[in-house]
Each structure stands twice: as structure tokens, then as C-alpha cells.
Design a binder for this molecule. Sequence first.
Ligand code: ADP
Ligand code: MG
Length: 245
Amino acid sequence: MSKIMIELNDVNKWYGDFQVLKNINLYVKEGEKIVIAGPSGSGKSTLIRCINGLEHHQSGIIRVDNTILDHNIKHLEAIRKKVSMVFQHFNLFPHLSVIENLTLGPIWVLKKSKKEAYDIAMHYLERVKIADQANKFPGQLSGGQQQRVAIARSLSMSPSVMLFDEPTSALDPEMVKEVLDVMVELAEKDKITMLCVTHEMGFAQRVADTVIFMDQGAIVEQSSPKEFFHQPKTERGRQFLAQIL
Ligand code: ADP
Ligand code: MG
């Protein structure tokens, strides 16, 4: 039986009076690939941002690899080392070259030597097929290239968990595939645990073990992709699929 990598128990979060997450219960096994879908404003980004402590939940328990995410800074640091995130707008450091974007974390957070960090960086840049751009600056790259660099940067931290927040939705259509291809390869070859917010339902059908459908701050369906796409359990799920497929 594989171990539980992420556990959320009755998690609730409010922004002021507005409840953005409602009684979230979620167990993610090591290596599991989860796609999170749902209408805009349903709390998808907030949910994954809570998992690495970018947002704070107000009640319930979040555990990552058995460490509780609470106000203890040591716990937060331990979790941040295991969980890395890829954002919609890449969030690369614009004043650093591609290679420097990748070596910064390994050198300062993981205490690797410069040589070691460089070797790791080149390994992952090759993996996302962009090693030839190592000395350019992010602004000199296309959106698809920048997102592949961001994925390589995440990988260079050797995470156990990768969180993706709509990684292709800011890209021009012709660049979506090059990023999805990298993500498919990652999902199929690595034992990394992945949670991916995306509207790319082809990607979901191909790689997800589990699809989570959120609406108005709650998880309203959790099923295999086959079930979700062919026999959604709820009317809200059906309506959502009718809009995007
Ligand atoms: P999704 O990613 O599914 O589109 P979000 O998690 O970004 O949804 O947002 C869920 C809801 O919370 C939305 O109604 C949004 O307006 C609100 N929200 C998000 N961030 C904040 C914030 N920092 N302060 C107040 N409300 C927020
Ligand atoms: Mg979002």
C-alpha cells in the first residue's frame, strides 16, 4: 500500500466573511496524479496554495509527508522543501538568466555546491528540451519556453510534490502542446506526486489517476477520469463539462 503524501482534514478558509474553502477532505497517495477542475472562482488556486503554505487555512489539518502545516516555521520550511509550485504566469526571476533561475534554490535552500547545482540545472533543462537557452534571460524566451524553464526550476529542487496552477492558460495556443508534452512525460515517468489545476481535459484523461471537481469552495466530485468525463455524479459536474468539452 502506498503511503499518503498529502492529507487535508476538514480544511476551511475564509477571506473576511467569504468562505473560500469548505470542509475540504483530500488524501493524496505518493505518486498519485490529481487534476483539479472547476469553474473560475471555485477555490482551486486557494486550495493548492494552502498545501505549500502560500495561503493559510483557518481550521482543519493539512499534512504533507506526515508534517503538519501549522505556525511552526520549521514545519513550513520542511514542507516547502518537498513541495514546489508552477504558476500560471511562470514567476521566473526576470533579472537572472535561465541557468541562474535554476541554480538559486539548490545553492541557497538545498546548500548544493555551485558545480552540483549547475549540473542539476543542466540535467533538467535538457529534460524540458531547452538547454540551448541556458544563458538567456526569461524576457528573451517565448511563453512556452519560459514555462518549461519554470518546470525545470521546480524539478531542480527535487520535490516530492509538484503543484501546477493552470500552467498553460496564459500561453498562446501554439505553445500549449510543448508544455503539456513536458508535463505528460513527467507524469508518466516520475513517481512525483502531482496536483494540477487545469482546463486541459485531454491531459486529465491521459494522465490523471483522480479528477477532483470543485464548485463554490467545496469538492463536489472525486472520481477516476473515466467516471468524471463519462458519468459525472452531479448536475454541476455535467454542466461544467458541457461548457468546456
Ligand atoms: P479559482 O482558482 O478556482 O479560480 P480562487 O482560489 O482563485 O479560485 O478564488 C476563489 C474565490 O476566492 C474567488 O471568489 C476569489 O475572488 C476569492 N479570492 C481569492 N483570493 C482572494 C483574496 N486574496 N482576498 C479575497 N478574496 C479572494
Ligand atoms: Mg485559479
